[in-house]
Design a protein around this ligand. Structure first.
Ligand code: GLU
Length: 307
């Protein structure tokens, strides 16, 4: 039995990019007679206040999504993440890192874009005395030691993917210095404990997947099937961003019905040929991954039929 899920980070109102992901994850699971779960990824509580999470649930309900269990809230699961962190600690895979942001930026080894830096392992061999001394002034982040080894997997849409963890990613953070758990650990633990075996999400997370596969392996969890979906572009071919307020649900729900929005997304993705209003129930039998575009998905110009 397939178990799929949608796992939004409610740091703002849901926008069309999130909804495309929810739609494809849902249609894939339901068209295979599978289960579907909702997980609120509000680990970063200050950025994801409760009212936005509740709004996100309400928006999904308005669109007609259903899920088979109570939604999971990551902000309430710290004890569980800690247990798995302890497990990795027992395996000798975790070490404290006292580097400040400035130190990390200054040491910048190969740059993987604007924010991601391969960690130079400055803290990997700290002695117990060093750790005790440094702990007096600063609480450390906890990093996972990764091997100089390639992790490969086959993505449902993008095919074979490979990454050398030490070279391309580096030892990554599982718990931040402020005590918040890292996204990689929480995702892996939650998906595994909920029996999720089909992960459908945006292509922007494709590059994090090898790290998650490594964690799954170290924690003895099975590997789900991964399908990363193309990015959604506006009618002018620009990538959607949270700042595009006219494409978030507060604006869209004033101009369109749920069926307008779902039909438009399904048509953009390639599931139906003509842009017409469709409910989730109507879309389920029409879905197949063969139809879904591999290239960036472009939205049509959006005129408001119900303005
Ligand atoms: N919470 C992530 C996001 O909203 C998605 C995580 C996942 O699907 O694994 O982008």
């Amino acid at each position: 039995m397939i178990t799929g899920r949608f796992a939004p980070t409610p740091s703002g109102r849901l926008h069309l990019g999130n909804l495309l992901c929810a739609l494809l994850a849902y249609l894939s699971a339901r068209s295979q007679g599978g289960r579907f779960l909702l997980r609120i990824e509000d680990l970063d509580v200050p950025r994801c206040p409760r009212h936005l999470s509740l709004q996100c649930i309400e928006d999904l309900e308005w669109l007609g999504f259903t899920w088979d269990e109570e939604p999971l809230w990551q902000s309430q699961r710290s004890d569980i993440y800690q247990r798995y962190l302890d497990e990795l600690q027992k395996q000798g895979l975790i070490y404290p890192c006292f580097c400040t942001r400035a130190q990390l930026m200054a040491s910048q080894a190969p740059n993987l874009g604007d924010t991601q830096v391969v960690y130079n392992r400055a803290c990997v061999n700290l002695s117990d005395e060093d750790i005790a001394r440094l702990s007096q002034t600063r609480s450390p982040a906890l990093r996972l030691r990764v091997p100089d080894a390639e992790v490969a997997f086959t993505d449902g849409l993008f095919g074979l993917q490979k990454e050398n963890l030490a070279r391309d990613c580096g030892d990554f953070i599982l718990r931040r210095s402020d005590g918040l758990f890292g996204y990689q650990l929480a995702v892996v633990v939650d998906d595994a404990l909920c029996g999720v075996n089909e992960v459908v999400r945006g292509r922007d997370i494709l590059s994090a997947t090898p790290r998650q596969i490594y964690l799954l392996d170290k924690l003895g969890f099975p590997l789900p099937k991964y399908v990363h979906i193309p990015l959604l572009m506006d009618a002018q071919g620009r990538r959607l961003a949270k700042r595009d307020k006219d494409l978030d649900l507060s604006a869209l729900s004033r101009r369109f019905t749920p069926a307008d929005i779902l039909g438009m997304l399904a048509c953009s993705a390639g599931i139906i040929e003509e842009n017409r209003p469709m409910t989730l129930e109507q879309l389920i039998p029409l879905f197949s991954w063969e139809k879904v575009k591999r290239s960036d998905i472009r939205l049509p110009e959006m005129e408001a039929p119900h303005a």
